[in-house]
Design a binder for this molecule. Sequence first.
Ligand code: AMP
Length: 281
Amino acid sequence: MKVIREIKKMQELSLRLKRAGKSIGFVPTMGYLHEGHLSLMRQAKLENDVSIISIFVNPLQFGSKEDLKKYPRDFKRDYRLAKNVGVDVLFFPSNKEMYKEQFLSEVYVRELSKILCGESRPEHFKGVTTVVAKLFNIVLPDFAYFGQKDLQQVRILEQLARDLNFPLKIKILPIIREPDGLAMSSRNKYLSKEDRQDAAILYRSLKEARHIILTGTRQGSAVISTIKRLISTIKSAKIEYVEIVDAHNLRRVDELKGEIAILLAAMIKKVRLIDNIIMSV
Ligand code: AMP
């Protein structure tokens, strides 16, 4: 596995690959890799001639009170995991390399960036879309792989790719979970043993929601109340939002029909976690 730290070198390699007719599968990450990331990498490898991943903890997508400094990092471990999966190229730029002095541009997807997680993290998705637009221009992928774990992010990126005509296809892969259902996340590392157990309530409540919908409930507000009631039985949990939306355009729905997504965000003590399920009603 080749490690590239410079934008110019990465872009030149991608251009050479494209000229040679090779397809590029790309997985952007912030590192501290887990099975969720690895599943994306395996798919990128399977479906393309060359697999490229990036590891970059993007300062633009962290709010001033958020965890940028203490975001977990372990390059050696990440290198080993990516290499074992068979990734061909690891792009690992520094902050300085990505954001040169006088970096003035922003990429922003209106409306979709304001709702759900965007309400409490107003700058977050602008940071994501700005860095992903840069990464797409640097890596020049044919296919880019993202997890359903960050469903709002991936809908915003699909919009971005459509609006700005990036010549690539976005692929979404399922959420990889721990045995008790907790969605894998680099941030799970922050949870104490007790909080880690408490965190399982998030997916348990989504499963209960799915169950009551499958057994006939069609009113979104009733489903949301059930989820909130379940989560509030856990003392360490503080709900940020629970919403039911159209799985494609993320508009709120109350009468449940078609493909819907139930999304939630909650703090378990000081750790902010998100989760979602998609289902057809
Ligand atoms: P991150 O490093 O958190 O920015 O995530 C990089 C990519 O991995 C994003 O596309 C995430 O949606 C995806 N991802 C993170 N956690 C999971 C998971 N548990 N299952 C599947 N994909 C995930």
